[in-house]
Ligand binder design. Structure first.
Ligand SMILES: NC(=O)C1=CN([C@@H]2O[C@H](COP(=O)(O)OP(=O)(O)OC[C@H]3O[C@@H](n4cnc5c(N)ncnc54)[C@H](OP(=O)(O)O)[C@@H]3O)[C@@H](O)[C@H]2O)[C@@H](O)CC1
Ligand SMILES: Nc1ncnc2c1ncn2[C@@H]1O[C@H](COP(=O)(O)OP(=O)(O)OP(=O)(O)O)[C@@H](O)[C@H]1O
Length: 343
């Protein structure tokens, strides 16, 4: 048995290969899944990684990206930390967290590398955050945000300003709760990427269509939701990560692990916040050079990169830690997973 497991792991190191632990498929067959995209996984990765800026000595601090996580409250300090540190480890220069007063010393104690603002529950929370806004290239709204009304109100105001500033916004966790309460907040904003898990997707779909999504038709329901929300990008996370903006669809199903410890979605949304910046910059450059529009819009490329990175981190961390794997173990793998996938 042991040698069989070793053989599976050894084989998975050669790659590209099939997922190590296939579970019940959302699709009837891998062929059905492949048909949804015209390019193979290798070509897609090549396309997605073309947005990654080269490391250069002549760049100054900030030019690789400044991101901000809006989240962190009394109960949840891990989630905003995971998101913010993942953006930093994936290559951001500066990573900020806007959290409640109580959460701030805890998050600071995890990492001296994060810039932590204890303002989310202050009387002037919106002003405090907005004065920083011109510094940011993207926002990740929701990890550990909690659901208190006044904090959600602040998050709404911050999202409104980010839209004015045309920033990419990744909306996750309690940010999705907020959007489910008020879909108009992001409707039609094509720089938004939503990252629902199965439960969050179901809640948002039900709010919009007044019925549950058909689990047999994940792609159809995803495209419907994207369109109804005005072509925002949505990453439907699960056994297969399915990404759409209502027109195009991408899937990422490689690897990952059978561990479902909390916080993996935070690594995903944090790294996606950074990749969204890079992909937007690459698209702006492309337009400036007068090239034809890319096949996949920048939000979809960012989502694809983050799904690939998260699942590769998960695979590597699981190989080392098995059942003991936690999100912290995945974060340790960001560098090697990044090099392996994108170099
Ligand atoms: N260390 C930390 O600080 C972490 C903090 N975190 C933070 O916690 C906050 C709340 O987020 P959340 O996701 O736990 O809350 P919520 O949306 O109510 O989901 C719970 C309900 O959904 C269900 N369910 C969940 N997944 C499902 C699935 N795939 N498929 C099907 N069902 C699924 C599940 O159902 P059950 O298993 O109970 O039947 C349960 O009822 C948020 O701020 C987040 O960022 C996390 O990031 C983790 C690390
Ligand atoms: N069954 C699965 N098999 C393989 N990978 C999965 C599976 N379910 C989720 N994932 C991966 O785990 C990552 C996080 O997805 P998940 O559904 O756990 O999000 P989440 O519940 O929002 O996470 P969090 O615990 O951070 O709130 C995604 O990148 C997804 O690809």
């Amino acid at each position: 048995m042991l040698s069989l497991v070793a053989a599976v792991f050894a084989n998975s190191m050669k790659r590209p290969a099939i997922p190590s632990f296939p579970a019940k498929d959302l699709f009837n067959s891998i062929e059905q899944m492949r048909k949804m995209t015209t390019l193979n996984a290798g070509q897609l990765l090549e396309m997605a990684k073309s947005v990654i800026p080269p490391l250069q000595y002549n760049k100054h601090k900030g030019q690789a990206g400044r991101v901000a996580v809006i989240g962190g409250c009394k109960e949840y300090t891990g989630a905003p930390y995971f998101a913010a540190i993942s953006a930093l480890k994936a290559g951001a220069d500066l990573s900020h967290v806007f959290c409640t007063d109580e959460a701030a010393p805890v998050i600071k104690s995890y990492s001296p590398e994060l810039i932590v603002h204890p303002v989310l529950d202050s009387d002037h929370s919106v002003e405090e955050i907005l004065q920083w806004m011109p510094r940011f290239h993207s926002l990740i709204v929701g990890p550990g945000l909690g659901r208190e009304e006044h904090i959600l109100k602040t998050a709404s105001a911050v999202i409104e300003q980010a839209k004015e500033n045309k920033l990419p916004i990744v909306i996750d966790a309690d940010g999705l709760f907020l959007v489910t309460q008020n879909p108009a907040l992001i409707k039609g904003y094509t720089n938004a990427i939503l990252t629902p898990n199965v439960a969050e997707f179901g809640r948002l779909y039900k709010k919009i269509f007044n019925k549950d999504p058909d689990p047999e038709e994940p792609v159809v329901t995803l495209k419907q939701l994207c369109r109804e929300l005005g072509h925002v990008t949505i990453v439907h996370k699960g056994i297969h990560d399915i990404i759409s903006n209502g027109d195009k669809v991408l899937t990422y199903s490689m690897h990952g692990s059978p561990r479902r410890c909390g916080g993996q979605g935070d690594l995903l949304s944090g790294s996606m916040g950074l990749f969204a910046v890079w992909a937007k910059w690459a698209q702006e450059e492309n337009t400036k050079e007068g090239n034809s529009p890319p096949t996949y819009q920048h939000g979809m490329k960012a989502a694809y990169l983050a799904c690939a990175l998260t699942r590769e981190c998960s695979r590597r961390a699981f190989e080392i830690n098995g059942r003991s794997m936690t999100t912290t173990d995945m974060i340790v793998q960001i560098h090697s997973a990044f090099e392996y996938l994108f170099s």
